[in-house]
Write a protein that binds this ligand. Structure first.
Ligand code: PMP
Length: 384
């Protein structure tokens, strides 16, 4: 039992109370087994059916075509972007017999980390756009006509669809730019927030702990032909770094996401969230609701331009993570203090950028957003 929280944390984030209530019961006694869902073997019939059902529900929600495969692994967004390089390169090596290059669109904190990780692991990675280098700060996405062009020497283009720290969201897939090159998208913080066309992507990856579940699991949707990868010996000869076995996508898929122990309780929660989303009408409904939520908050922030500063260009504003700063000595502390006193929490910006951040993931209701909008308006009026 709890009162409905007004919580806008960036992740781990809010989950629906009824999902948590069901999960709490299942943690103790799952389907009358006399054992909790976290205690059963990951190879038991019940665990396998959780894996299978979650795949089916995700496939329905996202209308995933037959060309693509869903799988789950331990870890989060970081294990996702770390592991994507070796796997995409091994697929490229299989296809071309060559060592490929990787293109990274560096548009915020998380894509920058992914780019640096690919370099660190020894891949030939290149930033085809680096917004901070170019403009001194993250806050916009330059048109792809200004990015360094890619060609068939590149195995993939990596981008972060929603930059959680910076509040920047791509409004379209850079598909034309990346023609002939596989697209890898980190959707950790906007996964299932709206409809997408899965066929446009080589790989979608997402950590679970924002829109879909608890920390500990990451979700992958991959084009099946990218599971055809060069063998270890061939990769060694080409000088392509190997993937650790637990993150070797073909191995994980061959074992139905249970090559090693999958955190089945965490996956069960994801499945409960997916069922709820389906019952609520699917992603078209989420998209419309999330659009209204973000518009309501941006609108009040835009109404007081002397007080609230929004660092992100209007065209690339995130619907999930709304970042802003507050002018005037002490006003940010005051905003946090007064909102906190009203039970509105999780609004402090990421430590690296400061300011405020309101994360309006799927589980944050319109009612809760309205409470935040009302407070923000009152606060602004009181500073006039
Ligand atoms: N990518 C994005 C877009 C994120 O928001 C985060 C986490 N905030 C990560 C990657 C890293 O995720 P994790 O902490 O699960 O490794």
């Amino acid at each position: 039992e709890r009162e409905e929280p007004n919580y806008y944390g960036a992740g781990p984030a809010l989950l629906p109370t009824d999902v948590l209530q069901q999960a709490a019961l299942d943690l103790i006694n799952y389907q009358n087994l006399g054992l909790g869902v976290g205690e059963i073997s990951h190879r038991s019939k019940q665990a396998v059916s959780i894996v299978d059902e979650t795949k089916v529900n995700l496939t329905r929600l996202l209308a995933i075509p037959d060309t693509h495969e869903v799988f789950f692994m331990q870890g989060g967004g970081t294990s996702g972007f770390s592991s994507s390089a070796a796997n995409l390169m091994a697929a490229y090596a299989k296809r071309t017999g060559k060592k490929g290059k990787a293109a990274y669109a560096v548009t915020g904190t998380w894509s920058k980390k992914a780019y640096e990780e690919a370099l660190r692991l020894g891949f030939e990675a290149e930033a085809v756009v680096d917004v901070k280098k170019q403009n001194g700060k993250f806050g916009d996405i330059p048109p792809t006509s200004e990015w360094k062009p890619v060609n068939s020497d590149y195995a993939y283009l990596y981008y972060c669809d929603n930059e959680t720290v910076n509040g920047i969201e791509f409004q379209q897939v850079p598909e034309a730019y990346a023609a002939g090159v596989e697209i890898v998208a980190d959707m950790s913080s906007n996964f299932l927030s709206r409809k997408i066309d899965v066929s446009q992507y080589g790989l979608i990856l997402a950590g679970a702990q924002k829109n879909v579940g608890l920390a500990g699991l990451s979700i992958y949707i991959i084009k099946k032909n990218l599971l055809e990868q060069a063998g270890d010996e061939e990769l060694k000869q080409l000088g392509v770094p190997l993937s650790p076995i637990a993150f070797h996508y073909p191995t994980v898929v061959q074992n139905n996401s249970a090559y090693n122990t999958i955190p089945i309780f965490t996956l069960h929660i994801i499945n409960l969230v997916l069922k709820k989303l389906l019952a609520q009408g699917g992603l078209a409904v989420q998209e419309a609701t999330n659009g209204r939520k973000a518009a309501a908050l941006y609108s009040v922030l835009d109404s007081y331009p002397q007080l609230f500063k929004l660092p992100v260009a209007t065209g690339v504003r995130s619907k999930m993570n709304i970042v802003f700063t507050i002018e005037g000595e002490g006003n940010e502390d005051e905003f946090l203090k007064l909102s906190g006193a009203r039970g509105l929490t999780g609004l402090k910006g990421h430590r690296s950028v400061g300011g405020m951040r309101a994360s309006l993931y799927n589980a944050v209701t319109e009612k809760s957003v309205q409470s935040l909008v009302d407070f923000t308006k009152e606060f602004a009026e009181s500073r006039k």
